[in-house]
Design a binder for this molecule. Structure first.
Ligand code: LLP
Length: 384
């Protein structure tokens, strides 16, 4: 993706030409960005038995899933729908991990029938799985009391989080596994999403290694996802180089002590796709009150809910104007709620009705979280 003088290109296509040809609102994704993020992970985390399972909750567009398959990635899923899409995209059951919460008996039976690997999130999930499929290998998800993330809603470790089996209950988990002759071959953890501080990730990693030593049958350790990307213009990127070097070193040391080379599974979602996508919209209305200017567009939080739901920042540019007066405005959507704001006091090249605005870094948790609220249609999606 290239931006120059407000002109934005995905591959060889300008957003202007894409909007003209396909209309707006539309999500556009670029495979090149996905590939380079994927390679960045492989390069920086040089542990030889690294396995990347793309967390497809970030973006389940079938073409993107197929692209990950082509790259050599495996996949992480959370629902019957995601498992079905993963299979449809060509992933083999052995390359699909299912990690979910509040799972129904029917869904668990579906996962078992399709021979999908599991990371079980609670004692009751182990019981349910054991009754339906005894004498098998399982993974379990632990809650190690460490959580992080860009917003409270996305912190998945710690006492307030519904996820994982607390360390205090791991002996019970072992007993339940024994009862159903289940072999615990994987330990999973995930502390939260959009973590930009390598130190907290390493702290969780060390804790996972400390816990793992007490599980004799492991074949893999699953560190989850959470690797952050910078959304704000001056935000510092995650120091992937140090993180990767340290994870590799600590994993190697651990395996020596453990007596076996384990797989290291990662489940990144956002890191792989966030920067690959933009949401293009058309300016429909410009409105002033005595204090503010509102730039209205033909999309809203029904298409990209992150700003409304988490107060997330997404850069917005007016791709129709290379030059011109820069104004400060609130960029707002077409949903009948006051919270339908993509950004307040944004500096933007003064828009006119018909201009194409691009909302950046919208490739993760964009379309997948869209709704039909206000009976508006879903946006289109294309892959470049
Ligand atoms: N593994 C598990 C078990 C997860 O729950 C998640 C995300 C991931 C991997 C991938 O996390 P990532 O690498 O993308 O941070 N809707 C929120 C993000 C929710 C993340 C939920 N779980 C947002 O828009 O920020």
């Amino acid at each position: 993706m290239k931006i120059k003088n407000n002109k934005l290109f995905l591959g060889k296509f300008s957003t202007q030409s894409l909007a003209k040809k396909h209309g707006t609102p539309i999500y556009v994704y670029e495979t090149e960005t996905i590939r380079s993020q994927y390679l960045k992970l492989l390069k920086n985390i040089a542990y030889p038995k690294l396995q990347i399972h793309y967390a497809c909750k970030a973006n389940t567009n079938i073409l993107i899933l197929k692209f990950f398959k082509k790259l050599g990635s495996k996949i992480e899923t959370v629902s019957k729908g995601e498992v079905t899409l993963a299979l449809k995209a060509g992933f083999k059951p052995k390359d699909i991990i299912y990690t979910s919460t509040s799972v129904s008996k029917d869904e668990m039976a579906f996962v078992i029938k399709n021979k999908i690997k599991v990371s079980l999130d609670s004692l009751s999930q182990i019981e349910l799985y054991g009754k339906l499929n005894p004498n098998n290998d399982i993974g379990i998800r632990v809650n190690q009391g460490i959580g992080a993330g860009h917003h409270d809603h996305v912190i998945t470790g710690g006492i307030m989080s519904k996820f994982g089996i607390p360390l205090e209950h791991l002996n019970n988990a072992k007993k339940l596994a024994e009862k159903y002759k289940l072999k615990i071959t994987s330990l999973h953890q995930h502390i939260g999403s959009n973590v930009l501080d390598k130190n907290i990730l390493l702290k969780a990693f060390d804790k996972l290694l400390e816990t793992a030593i007490n599980f004799p049958d492991l074949e893999s350790l699953d560190f989850g996802g959470g690797f952050g990307v910078s959304y704000l213009p001056k935000e510092k990127d995650l120091d992937l180089k140090t993180l990767g070097t340290e994870m590799t070193r600590r994993m190697n040391n651990f395996c020596e002590k453990y007596g076996k080379k384990l797989d290291l599974v990662l489940e990144p979602g956002r890191f792989l796709v966030a920067e690959s996508g933009v949401l293009l919209s058309t300016v429909t209305e410009i409105k002033n009150n005595p204090k503010r200017t509102f730039v209205g567009v033909n999309t809203g939080f029904n298409h990209l809910i992150r700003p409304t739901m988490y107060g997330s920042y997404h850069e917005i540019i007016n791709t129709s104007r290379a030059k011109g007066l820069v104004i400060k405005a609130d960029i707002v959507g077409n949903i009948c709620e006051s919270g339908d704001v993509f950004g307040r006091d944004r500096k933007i090249t003064s828009p006119k009705v018909g201009d194409i605005l691009a909302i950046l870094n919208a490739g993760a948790y964009g379309y997948v979280m869209a709704s039909h609220y206000n009976s508006r249609s879903l946006p289109r999606e294309i892959l470049v």
